[in-house]
Design a protein around this ligand. Structure first.
Ligand SMILES: [Fe+2]
Length: 546
């Protein structure tokens, strides 16, 4: 059973290929097109397909479009309602529905040979739910919250034997995601893109507006919620993104963040009351809010919380394919990891470097040489293995630095052209993580939870300790990323710290590096001391002397 999943309707267009229940490949279009988030989420762009990602998924498996048993499209236009019936005011919303209705035709054009009758429409929130509940082993409760799908913004349910039982949904216009997006815009950031900046800003504020805002954002005790956009100017004027932060804007961010956290804990607690399950799985854009996820992990009755690393709409490509597989009677295998994108062999990487006439070495002790650079306070661009599916760099496309130098936070934000209120995160050897961090799940391989840095470690790793004493960790083991694990061990031998700073390998406003050309471009344009391409090492001094 060969199913190609496609997300195209809003943003983060992506494709995923599931063969006989196993995820073979998944990638976001932005990594190919080099346009962040692929496109803006406007109705006019709904027809555009992730053509490059779709073709790559097929080529990765050696398939032609005619070989597919189904194409799973993560939006069901027959489930849409007119915008005015949903309390929305976009006069162009009907265009999105029209384009989605014609998606089979667009797909058949983009993938010559595809039988358009093989295109299956999967409801948006079912696709999100499947990306979580069908990506883990066994049964689980599932919670989805995002900006919007066809008519809803939420789904709570349960997967039993691969079948979804929907227990609650919240219809538009109530939407936690749309409230968060609107606040993002009010705070001077890019809507449907920069929501994580609001979460970062929140830790600089006091939630002094939470009580006044609660009437706009709260659970209703039946597994659903009220989430309506307030008049933000009652609390703070619209912010201009001038590089400063704090005051009423940070307090407003903190207030909404607190209410979102409370809401998620309430919804998860209600869901557990209905299912009694041990495991909660989560997806949808709100599930990228790692601070809220941590509160769900700490305060809800679920023993285990698993969050889909591609929780934004890109993950619906994967979820739609998993759901169509499951509906055909093929129970999907657990997702092996987030490294589902493109990769190159060691020889191919050497070929790229030779073509670019960049001098390089292939050291016997790569970990030791790179650890020396990091210990000497160099910045390392690290490219190894299959690219990540989802927004987090997890040791395949990462920018690394010494966590013991507080100034490295500012330095990396400068290298990347980011706001200085944004934290950078640590990778840590899985077996030593609990010495340093507490108050969160272990292992935590996808950077989807924040942990508390133990007080005795805060001074030792100041670059990765956020202003509130937390860190969004990634635990690393030798089975998943052997070269990164070896590097962390070598760095610990030199510094006593089994931790390095890890941020995504990209510069401001650009998607993460995906192919070797992107890596070379970044190396040429940003003050990075060393580039690692698989087993190969390029030093800045050598490259530019040459
Ligand atoms: Fe979504």
């Amino acid at each position: 059973m060969r199913v190609l999943g496609v997300n195209a309707v809003f943003h983060d267009p992506a494709a995923a290929l599931v063969v006989d229940g196993s995820v073979v490949a998944a990638a976001e279009e932005e990594r190919f097109s080099r346009r962040k988030h692929g496109k803006r989420p406007v109705p006019f762009a709904a027809w555009e397909l992730p053509e490059l990602a779709m073709r790559w998924c097929l080529s990765e498996a050696g398939l032609e479009p005619a070989d597919l048993d189904a194409v799973a499209y993560s939006y069901d236009a027959s489930w849409c309602l007119p915008a005015e019936d949903m309390g929305l005011s976009d006069p162009w919303d009907h265009l999105r529905t029209t384009y989605a209705e014609k998606a089979a035709g667009f797909l058949a054009t983009a993938l010559p040979g595809l039988d358009r009758d093989k295109v299956v429409m999967v409801r948006h929130h079912v696709a999100h739910a499947a990306s979580a509940g069908l990506a883990v082993a066994g049964d689980s409760s599932v919670l989805v919250l995002d900006g919007r799908g066809e008519r809803a913004s939420h789904l709570a349910g349960r997967y039993v034997d691969g079948k979804l039982d929907v227990l609650a949904t919240t219809d538009l216009p109530d939407s936690v995601g749309l409230v968060y997006e609107s606040l993002t815009e009010h705070l001077g950031f890019l809507r449907s893109s920069d929501e994580f900046k609001v979460m970062a800003l929140a830790s600089y504020g006091e939630p002094r507006f939470a009580d006044a805002l609660r009437e706009h954002l709260h659970a209703t005790g039946d597994g659903r919620y009220v989430a309506r956009e307030p008049d933000w100017t009652r609390f703070a004027p619209r912010r201009v993104d001038d590089g400063t932060w704090g005051g009423a804007h940070a307090d407003l961010a903190a207030s909404v963040q607190l209410l979102v956290e409370e809401l998620l804990v309430d919804l998860a607690t209600w869901l557990h009351g209905r299912t009694g399950d041990r495991v909660l799985t989560m997806a949808g854009g709100i599930a990228l809010n790692c601070v809220a996820n941590s509160r769900v992990w700490r305060e809800s009755p679920f023993e285990e919380v698993w969050v889909q690393p591609a929780s934004g709409d890109s993950g619906t490509a994967l979820g739609a394919a998993l759901q169509v597989s499951a509906d055909a009677g093929v129970r999907p295998q657990p997702m092996p990891g987030a490294d589902l994108g493109r990769s190159w062999s060691d020889d191919e990487l050497a070929g790229w470097l030779r073509t670019a006439r960049v001098p390089f070495t292939t050291p016997d002790d790569l970990a030791g040489e790179v650890a020396d650079v990091l210990a000497g306070d160099g910045v390392v661009a690290w490219f190894d293995g299959r690219a990540e599916f989802g927004p987090r760099a997890l040791g395949r496309r990462s920018l690394m630095a010494h966590p013991g130098r507080a100034e490295n936070l500012e330095r990396l934000n400068d290298v990347k052209g980011r706001e200085q209120f944004r934290p950078v995160a640590p990778m840590v050897l899985a077996e030593r993580a609990q010495e340093i961090f507490t108050d969160g799940p272990f292992p935590s391989p996808y950077m989807l939870f924040v942990h508390t840095v133990r007080p005795e470690w805060r001074e030792r790793i100041p670059a990765v300790t956020h202003v509130d004493g937390t860190a969004r960790i990634q635990t690393v083991d030798a089975a998943g990323t052997p070269r990164v694990a070896a590097l962390l061990e070598a760095f610990a031998e030199r510094t006593g710290l089994p931790v390095v700073v890890n941020t995504s390998l990209n510069t401001a406003g650009r998607p993460m590096v995906d192919d070797p050309r992107d890596a070379l471009e970044l190396f040429g344009s940003a003050p990075v001391d060393v580039l690692v391409l698989g087993p190969h090492l390029v030093r800045r001094a050598d490259a530019f002397a040459a």
